[in-house]
Design a protein around this ligand. Structure first.
Ligand code: MF3
Ligand code: CO
Ligand code: CO
Length: 255
């Protein structure tokens, strides 16, 4: 069941979405060789609480930390640890914030020091894949249109789209209907309508799409150990297209 949001609901979601985005922006200034993913977790946790929010991942279905940190061949749901980042790594930081009962969910993949061109190309493709998905959003378009736009872009670069994880509706709950697949066929699937609020969060692998769940029951890695990159926004379907809700204050996120 899809919970449509009124314009007032969307207004009420803005502070949560903006805080998630501002948290990521804050983290951007700390990504460098030598920092541990645990230190990133602490920064996210404290920044969130200092701004009146709650980090949604903490204890979510037993997740042990306040943010997901996914390094190199980790696709998603990496658990912060005392492992240090090293120059050349890529790391996705996925922040989900609860504020006044509403969720905002956004992630970016960052470069750690100097990163080789092949890894940069993958990361830039993941960024463009999210943009392509967002550009397909308008009332009357379908979920298949979004998935197709993403898949087409990614496969044109000879990369692959992860099939096992998808975007999702979001609101008072972290994960609501619908499931937003990052692959598909034009015109297929659910028709988008004003008031839908969901994430788009394509995971793009340099190699094959297959993933494996590690024994910690959270960490998802590429089966072939190839690099993986991801970007995520929370957005609302508005009259003329997508409105990205997870923009930081510095980029015009509502205040
Ligand atoms: N933030 C992830 C998403 O985009 C979900 C993380 S679930 C957690 O949907 F428990 F690992 F935090
Ligand atoms: Co997320
Ligand atoms: Co999400």
């Amino acid at each position: 069941m899809i919970i449509l949001k009124t314009p007032e609901d969307i207004d009420a979601m803005r502070p949560a979405c903006r805080l998630a985005a501002d948290t990521l922006e804050m983290i951007a200034g700390h990504i460098r060789p030598g920092i541990t993913t645990e230190a990133i977790n602490t920064l996210v946790h404290e920044y969130t609480l200092d701004h009146g929010g709650i980090p949604a991942p903490l204890n979510y279905h037993g997740f042990p930390k306040s943010v997901c940190t996914s390094v190199n061949h980790v696709v998603c749901h990496g658990i912060p640890s005392n492992k240090k980042l090293v120059a050349g790594d890529i790391i996705n930081v996925d922040v989900t914030t609860i504020l006044d009962g509403w969720h905002g969910d956004t992630s970016r993949t960052f470069y750690v020091g100097d990163v080789k061109p092949h890894a940069r190309k993958l990361v830039e493709t993941a960024r463009e894949a999210l943009d392509a998905g967002i550009a397909a959003v308008r009332p009357g378009a379908t979920l298949g249109d979004i998935g197709h736009a993403i898949q087409r872009l990614v496969e044109s670069r000879r990369y692959s789209v992860v099939r096992d994880y998808c975007g999702h509706g979001i609101g008072r709950d972290f994960h609501e209907d619908p499931k937003v697949l990052h692959y598909g066929k034009p015109g297929q699937g659910l028709e988008l309508q004003e008031g839908m609020v969901f994430t788009i969060e394509p995971m793009v692998n340099a190699g094959k799409p297959a993933v494996k769940l590690l024994r910690d029951q959270w960490t998802v890695v590429t089966r072939d150990k190839s690099l993986s990159a991801q970007f995520e926004h929370t957005l609302a379907v508005r009259e003329h297209g997508a409105e990205i809700l997870t923009l930081p204050s510095s980029k015009g996120g509502s205040t």
